[in-house]
Design a protein around this ligand. Structure first.
Ligand code: KIV
Ligand code: ZN
Length: 555
């Protein structure tokens, strides 16, 4: 594999200042989903889909949207016409349209723009040695001449539309592979030719058309460009990174540190090959740093679902921020830490002065995600995860040893199934193992009551079906549970047992919440058997739990 890691000989920074700088404000955003994103979809969007996508971009807060390449596609031409004729472009949104630097395409682009209030004409020409020399067979001088002729034509056509405000964007395609002095010269000359009115600026979009270098290279070139440009007074320096090496976000962030003003990209990184820079990740990284971006991703799950449908492309479950799994933990130790962190999240926020939780770098609620599904169960999961799932989904908090016991069963099940186990399945495993109202023993009724001569003592009659025969036994004890166990011991064939653990809880918070009881009975050999019972009150739940446990012991 050949390597392109070296910075091209044409550019070596004398002083690299940008690593000492930080990003302290949001760039201007331009969404190119409807052009760069759409042109790279296996199934390009229909006009109706593009329409909805446009609305979605405005809802998120984009103020600059590149809507297509009208001279290259009949659909894009019509889409542009529809937006203008149906007056669908919000007043605070400016559309841009792409064109190559060719006369007939520029003229056709202006036909698409007739009647627009505001628009940017985005003209590009390739400036790298590879493209100029080998794809187009042109010299740098010829390329520059074509660019300037095109800009002069755009100026002339824009002046002929005084009712519209037409701006200019110029991209030296393959900027990151272009001789820097040439890039500066052609862009400055473009600005001169455009001859901006007072206060007007030209978008100079400097693309990493193909990511062929480490991210540092992009920042070096942007810093070098900005230090050398003559027309910085009239230039908005824009970034447009593709993601061939997977570093488009990092490259863009570094180039912003180097001073760029504007970023072009797409939601979820749609675009040619491995895509454009992903604006969701980039903007949310900034939000994470405390920078107000003007973009609203509070309903990110809904946005993701809509984009998946419109583009017919899935978003990776590992996509930062938006992926289905990015706030999930499967491993036991992570689950345990998150479970503890969630329990103490207010205390942690106070201690650290804001959101800080083990293994969760932002508060998922900021993106409209709820806490309940963070912890998911598979064969890697442990007690913490099972405890979390049962407490958040079913409101039960198991005693520790019962949890240890249950997690072994859940792990065996997950191993056998070789897949994730749902919360419902965990609940069913739990009930299936520990809730045994029927077996060797079935409780028909139990009537505990205080003795009339000694109210501290409970007497009770237990009615059970034991090994197919109905029996009634009577006993006393210092409480309803003690009386119940004493009665059971009188039944012939019931093994010797001791009650070694007993816990109860309410399922829910209302006064008439159902109760759950957990008991552990030990047989003569010291083996323990957990059982659970539900009931309208704790006594009822407890005796049912004892029956469950005995049925498990008898087998
Ligand atoms: O990637 C690129 O260089 C482009 C240009 C047309 C700006 O998309
Ligand atoms: Zn591009």
């Amino acid at each position: 594999m050949s390597s392109h890691y070296a910075i091209p000989k044409t550019f070596a920074p004398a002083q690299r200042m940008w690593p000492g700088k930080t990003i302290d404000r949001s760039p201007a955003w331009c969404a190119v989903d409807l052009r760069d994103g759409n042109q790279a979809l296996p199934n390009p969007m229909t006009p109706a889909q593009k329409w909805r996508y446009f609305e979605l971009l405005t809802e998120i807060g984009f103020k600059e949207i590149e809507i297509g390449f009208p001279s290259a596609s009949a659909d894009d031409f019509q889409f542009c016409r529809d937006l203008i004729e149906k007056n669908a472009i919000p007043d605070d949104v400016v559309i841009s349209v792409l064109t190559q630097a060719r006369e007939h395409l520029i003229r056709r682009t202006f036909e698409a723009l007739k009647g627009v209030k505001r628009a940017i004409v985005h003209v590009y020409i390739a400036t790298s040695d590879l493209h100029m020399g080998f794809v187009f067979g042109k010299t740098a001088e010829q390329t520059k001449a074509i660019a300037l002729e095109s800009v002069a034509l755009i100026r002339q056509l824009a002046d002929a539309m005084p009712e519209s405000r037409i701006g200019l964007e110029f991209s030296p395609e393959e900027f990151t592979d272009t001789n820097l002095d040439f890039a500066v010269d052609i862009c400055d000359s473009v600005i001169d030719t455009w001859n901006p009115k007072a206060g007007e600026k030209v978008v100079i979009n400097l693309p990493a058309t193909v990511e062929r270098h480490l991210p540092i290279h992009y920042a070096d070139m942007i810093e070098g460009y900005m230090a050398r440009q003559r027309r910085g007074d009239a230039a908005i320096i824009s970034l447009h990174a593709h993601n061939d090496m997977g570093s488009a976000v990092a490259a863009t962030e570094m180039a912003l540190m180097a001073g760029a003003h504007r970023v072009e990209g797409t939601l979820f990184g749609h675009g040619e090959r491995s895509g454009n820079v992903d604006l969701v990740t980039l903007a949310l990284n900034m939000q994470y740093l405390g920078i107000e971006t003007g973009l609203d991703f509070r309903r990110l799950e809904g946005i993701r679902a809509e984009i998946e449908e419109l583009t017919d492309m899935p978003v990776s479950p590992r996509h930062p921020y938006a992926g289905e799994l990015v706030f999930s933990a499967f491993s036991g130790s992570h689950q345990d830490a998150i479970h503890k962190g969630l329990d103490r999240r207010e205390e942690l926020a106070e201690h650290f002065g804001g959101w800080k939780l083990p293994y969760l770098h932002i508060d998922p609620a900021d993106l409209g995600r709820s806490y309940e599904r963070f912890i998911r169960i598979n064969s890697q999961s442990g007690k913490g995860g099972i405890a979390h799932v049962l407490s958040t989904e079913y409101g039960v908090r198991l005693p520790r040893q019962l949890l240890v016991d249950l997690s072994r069963h859940v792990q065996t099940f997950a191993d056998q199934q070789a897949r994730e186990v749902s919360a419902k399945e965990v609940w069913e495993i739990f009930r299936g193992i520990y809730l045994k109202p029927e077996g060797a023993l079935r409780l028909v009724n139990y009537w505990p009551r205080p003795r009339t001569d000694d109210p501290a003592t409970i007497e009770g009659e237990v009615q059970v079906v034991h090994r197919d025969g109905e029996q009634r036994v009577f006993a006393v004890g210092n409480g309803p549970i003690a009386a119940f166990t004493h009665a059971l011991r009188k039944l012939p064939g019931i093994p010797v047992f001791t009650l070694t653990e007993y816990e109860e809880d309410a399922l829910g918070t209302s006064v008439d919440a159902e109760a759950i009881a957990y008991v552990r009975l030990e047989n003569a050999a010291g083996e323990g058997f957990y059982g659970i019972g539900f009931g309208a009150n704790i006594d009822q739940a407890a005796v049912r739990a004892i029956v469950s446990s005995l049925n498990r012991m008898i087998g």
